[in-house]
Design a protein around this ligand. Structure first.
Ligand code: NAI
Length: 254
């Protein structure tokens, strides 16, 4: 029987790349995305019954619980939960409104907490040693300009990851997170656009500057991140637990 993974935010960007990689690794994959139309269109590119799209807003606990139960209904079990969905907002602290900060917390922190809870509950019920993999960021270690609110949520993802590793290790469940650097996705293109306007330079110029800060002199492609997630989702990572793996081409040196 094939292993089964859920990827939240799997319709676009890093999540979509993770879906592609896990299918290549032999998984059946459920995408849980806020945007059902995009998720369904992406899922339709795969052969029958490899990828299934579900609508889920990870900031709503009932959506995440239902995503897990629908996936188990469709594929019979759950083996890997990837809490990838996240949003970014770029403001200095003095301009961050309570509403914007609440949205960051709702998606990036509560979304990960609800994913951990739903997956761990399912693994304990199944009696199987499942894996939980969360999206943190290099911002989970170090704050970039105008990313104070976002970074706070990504620091929190590392602590939720450590807490889950401690609490669920006794069931054989492992919990880790990946910390992407500057990765070319729809989210990053929007960040570059917003930030280049603030700096009064072109997006191309800003991209060059950001690449120059990376030892490898290039941004990550989503596949660079998906390769590491593929390892964390595999049996090769069975003894890796509670870790936050940086994938940044040489940027923050953790
Ligand atoms: P993206 O914005 O390109 O794609 C995100 C996907 O998540 C979209 O399909 C979107 O519809 C979905 N989504 C958004 N809110 C959702 C919600 N409430 N519920 C369910 N789905 C939702 O983002 P990207 O760049 O692929 O980022 C993926 C993860 O990696 C995020 O957690 C992000 O914070 C993290 N990350 C990204 C970096 C980058 O350079 N792109 C760097 C560090 C971390």
């Amino acid at each position: 029987m094939k292993k089964v993974a859920i990827v939240t935010g799997g319709a676009k960007g890093i999540g979509a790349s993770i879906v592609r990689q896990l299918v290549a690794d032999g998984f059946q994959v459920a995408i849980g995305d806020y945007n059902l139309a995009d998720a369904e269109q992406f899922a339709s590119q795969f052969a029958d019954n490899q990828v299934k799209a579900f609508q889920a807003d990870v900031s709503k606990k009932e959506d995440v619980d239902s995503l897990v139960s629908q996936t188990v209904g469709e594929f019979g079990q759950l083996d890997v939960m990837i809490n990838n969905a996240g949003i970014s907002k770029e403001y200095p602290l003095l301009e961050m409104t309570a509403e914007e900060f609440d949205q960051l917390i709702a998606v990036n922190m509560k979304g990960v907490l609800f994913g951990i809870q739903a997956a761990a509950t399912q693994y304990i019920k199944q009696g199987t040693p499942g894996k939980i993999i969360n999206a943190s960021s290099v911002g989970g270690y170090k704050v970039s300009p105008n990313h104070g609110g976002y970074s706070a949520t990504k620091f929190a993802v590392r602590s939720l990851t450590q807490a889950a590793a401690r609490e669920f290790g006794k069931y054989g469940i492992t919990t880790n997170c990946y910390c992407p650097g500057y990765t070319m996705t729809p989210m990053m293109k929007q960040i570059v656009k917003n930030y280049s306007q603030q700096l009064h330079i072109s997006p191309d110029e800003l991209e060059k500057q950001k690449s120059a800060e990376v030892a490898l002199r290039r941004p990550a492609q989503p596949e660079d991140i998906a390769n590491v997630v593929s390892f964390l989702a595999s049996d090769k990572a069975n003894y890796v637990n509670g870790q936050a793996i940086v994938v940044d081409g040489g940027l923050i040196y953790k």
